[in-house]
Design a protein around this ligand. Structure first.
Ligand code: ADP
Length: 462
């Protein structure tokens, strides 16, 4: 493209220059030559017949040029059998050698017209005319420097701007061509960016609408999607089977530990403590497995979240009961003046799971002697459940990231013996949005965090 561009602009500038040099300059020079050569011819007419025929001597030449004067480097001279005779002024601008040299060159030209290149962008145009008489006479030669002509400046400007305009036009054409060529690539890119990892079933690209050049690429992509889909469904199947298989023995283990703890009063305090730890851990693993199962179900659109009216206060009391069992050493309190049933829209089990996750986090990321508070606040339209801790707090730039799967806040540390999967808050967000609500966090590093779940009231007054 650049090569074509250069060729076109070169051709245009060459065309302009050759028009200027050949047609225009020669015509202009001939006109000026005929004006001055008329003077010379008139003087030649005044010579005697005999001398005119035997022309010419040095004196004749001087006579012929007498009174002719030129400016701005223009010059005239006669070159012939009597040698070189320049009009006054020519010697000021040009050396005798130059004049002789140019004379020899121009008189052999068919049309007596010659352009001589000088250093830089200077040039000299010469026009020669044979003086009347036989071979013994000579040539009358007229010269004008081309560089002094304003037209040359105009032409070089035209040349420059024509090149600029051409380059712009070609650049625009090139861009349009590129846009047109890459249209299918952009369409494929749009399709690719719309693909969701959990919707691989609809990730295949339509091969019918693709240009033949891209067909192998699109087909290869579709094969890759097929392989990914297979591998992802096998992974999900595997994770789901494992989770199911683990949950049953874990529930049994936890049940036995609980019954031993309830019945045997002979247990030493160390044994009780160990059994309680074992029970807590098996409950925790159980919860992680059920989180995992929920995520797998959500990915395959099999997760059911209810949106029906239920008493949220009953769920909150259930959450506090479970939290008391899971964290017997921690002070977890409820701050709420609301006593009557508080009907919200959603899924009671999912709300219990969400608030339990938030309380688990509050306990996990704060000191063992600090209090965790559950607050309930009702507005005309919504009920807000807040879990407040006075723990480490979360840096501002991490507060939105932590709701994504497997994301942990940088700068937040785990206590010894605690573990973290990075799944809890993503499950909370999935459940709360599934119930038509919202979850958010307000946190200050070093002071603590407040996670709030907002659900719509089913008895909204507005
Ligand atoms: P997990 O706690 O298993 O890592 P979560 O999804 O529940 O996973 O939480 C994600 C991250 O958010 C945590 O790793 C932690 O960095 C941060 N986080 C969550 N809750 C709190 C909290 N109450 N205080 C400080 N950091 C928190």
């Amino acid at each position: 493209m650049i090569f074509v561009q250069a060729q076109v602009s070169n051709a245009v500038s060459r065309g302009l220059l050759s028009y200027f040099l050949t047609s225009f300059l020669e015509e202009k020079l001939s006109r000026q030559l005929s004006r001055t050569s008329n003077v010379v011819t008139r003087r030649l007419d005044r010579l005697s017949v005999e001398r005119a025929f035997n022309c010419c001597t040095l004196n004749d030449y001087r006579l012929l040029l007498n009174g002719l004067s030129f400016e701005d480097g223009k010059a005239a001279w006669i070159y012939g059998s009597a040698g070189l005779q320049a009009a006054p002024g020519a010697a000021l601008y040009y050396s005798k050698n130059d004049l002789l040299d140019w004379s020899r060159q121009v008189i052999v030209e068919d049309d007596g017209f010659l352009i001589v290149d000088r250093a830089g962008d200077q040039a000299i145009a010469l026009k020669a005319e044979k003086l009347p008489g036989d071979e013994q006479t000579g040539f009358y030669i007229y010269l004008r420097p081309v560089y002094s002509m304003p037209l040359l400046v105009i032409i070089s400007r035209i040349k420059f701007w024509s090149e600029v305009v051409l380059m712009l036009v070609l650049a625009v054409l090139m861009l349009l061509c590129l846009r047109w060529i890459f249209r299918p690539v952009r369409a494929i890119q749009r399709d690719l960016s719309a693909i969701e990892l959990n919707e691989l079933d609809s990730a295949f690209l339509d091969t019918r609408s693709q240009p033949s050049e891209f067909l192998p690429l699109v087909q290869e992509f579709n094969h890759m999607v097929e392989r990914l889909r297979l591998s992802s469904s096998r992974q999900k199947q595997f994770a789901s089977t494992i989770s199911h298989e683990f949950r049953t023995p874990l529930t049994v283990i936890s049940g036995f530990i609980q019954s031993v703890l309830n019945r045997d009063a002979m247990l030493s305090s160390v044994s009780v403590e160990s059994l309680e730890v074992a029970n807590r851990e098996s409950l925790r693993i159980n919860r992680m497995l059920s989180d995992l199962l929920d995520l797998i179900r959500a990915d395959s659109n099999q997760l059911q979240i209810l949106r029906q009216p239920f008493d949220s206060l009953a769920s909150v009391h259930e959450v506090l009961k479970l939290a008391g069992k899971a964290h017997p050493a921690r002070k977890i309190t409820l701050e709420s003046e609301l006593l009557a049933p508080l009907l919200v829209i959603g899924d009671p089990d999912r709300l219990i799971q969400c608030l339990s996750n938030l309380i688990d986090n509050a306990v996990k990321y704060s000191d063992s002697d600090s209090e965790v508070v559950m607050r309930i606040h009702a507005t005309a339209e919504t009920v807000i459940f807040s879990v407040v801790d006075h723990g480490q707090g979360i840096p501002d730039d991490q507060q939105q990231l932590i709701f994504d799967r497997f994301k942990r806040a940088q700068g937040v540390k785990l206590r010894r013996g605690e573990s973290s999967s990075g799944l809890g808050l993503s499950i909370v967000k999935m459940f709360v949005t599934g119930m038509g609500g919202e979850v958010s966090v307000q946190s200050t590093v070093g002071e603590g965090s407040c996670f709030s779940v907002v659900l719509n009231r089913s008895d909204a007054s507005g």
